[in-house]
Design a protein around this ligand. Structure first.
Ligand SMILES: [Zn+2]
Length: 323
């Protein structure tokens, strides 16, 4: 049966009827707020390429998180800007490293707020790559030892969830093994399973000072042209013990989010990355788009595509607008 019997517009005629038939609802429950933290005190350094985003010292971060807690955002994802960088990224697994100190301080101030630690070496290595380098190549297996050590250090500091983002083969298994051996059997792993070698990470690299000093990350992050491979990565991570899986970035990879959701019954996160954020911010500052509507449409789209969890720099704004 079709027109004129069928008139889909009947169900769009006013807001209450639209509410009744709405298929996707975004909630503050879905949001994770990524933040940048560095050494020092009293510091809030604006990230130029990400308007509204700052790299905070720990004291300022605690002040900033007060609103996130009031808005009932479930968790944060802190990224550390270290005091020093070296060949093996040793501040990443230093118990006095910036992330370890930040985790302790945040958990002390806000025990209920989930602190999910991004686990990688690229912010901490002098060459800006995500692992140990030999002849210009990132070595897989020696990197696993450092990642496992970093994971244990994060968990010891009080991290609630460990989120490896390096894309080394076998890292979820190595991290799970190390956590279990050290008594952290109940600390979940949220794995960046399908992480693409994306130009959308550009603004983040300014924020974290983590741009590779030579070459690119294509020998470990995924080719944007691939979709079947994302499924293989996801299954490997689940087999190795991942509790939550992730697709990153989000907006150019909605098909991947949907395929993963259809094929895998595991909680799925999507990362609405820095470049996606900065493009909206820049256009909004020029008056070219309506920021609130664009942000809510994007986040709703990511959820409709299949994400249960959305990691987004818009989290504070979105949580305010959802209230
Ligand atoms: Zn990395």
């Amino acid at each position: 049966m079709s027109f004129p019997v069928q008139r889909p517009r009947r169900l769009r005629s006013n807001e209450n009827i639209r509410r009744l038939v709405r298929e996707t609802s975004l909630s503050v429950d879905n949001l994770i707020y990524p933040v940048f933290v560095g050494h020092g005190s009293g510091l809030a350094r604006p990230v130029e390429a990400m308007p509204g985003v700052y790299c905070f010292s720990i004291d300022k971060l605690l002040e900033h998180l007060e609103e996130a807690v009031k808005l009932n955002i479930p968790g944060i994802l802190p990224f550390g800007v270290p005091a020093y960088k070296d060949e093996t990224g040793s501040e990443a697994y230093d118990d006095k490293g910036i992330i370890q100190e930040a985790v302790r301080a945040v958990k002390r101030a806000y025990p209920e707020l989930l602190v999910i630690t991004d686990l990688c070496l690229c912010e901490y290595t002098s060459h800006g790559h995500c692992g140990v380098i030999e002849d210009g190549y990132v070595l897989n297996d020696p990197t696993l030892d450092l990642l496992a050590r970093t994971a244990v250090s994060h968990a010891s500091a009080g991290a609630d969830i460990i989120a490896p983002s390096d894309m080394m083969d076998g890292r979820v298994g190595a991290i799970r093994g190390a956590l279990d051996k050290n008594g952290f059997i109940n600390v979940p792993i949220m794995s960046y399973s399908a992480k693409y070698a994306s130009a959308y990470y550009g603004p983040f690299r300014e924020a974290a000072g983590s741009a590779p000093q030579f070459g690119d990350r294509k020998s470990y992050q995924m080719d944007p042209a691939n979709a079947d491979e994302a499924l293989r990565e996801v299954w490997l991570d689940i087999d190795e013990g991942a509790d939550i899986i992730m697709v990153k970035p989000a907006l150019a990879y909605m098909d991947i989010i949907r395929r993963v959701k259809d094929e895998v019954n595991c909680p799925l996160a999507a990362y609405n990355v820095s470049g996606e954020y900065s493009m909206v911010k820049a256009a909004a500052q020029n008056g070219w788009v309506d920021e609130k509507r664009i942000v809510m449409e994007s986040l709703t789209g990511i959820k409709r595509a299949g994400a249960d969890i959305i990691i987004t720099y818009h989290a504070l704004d979105a949580a305010r607008w959802l209230k």
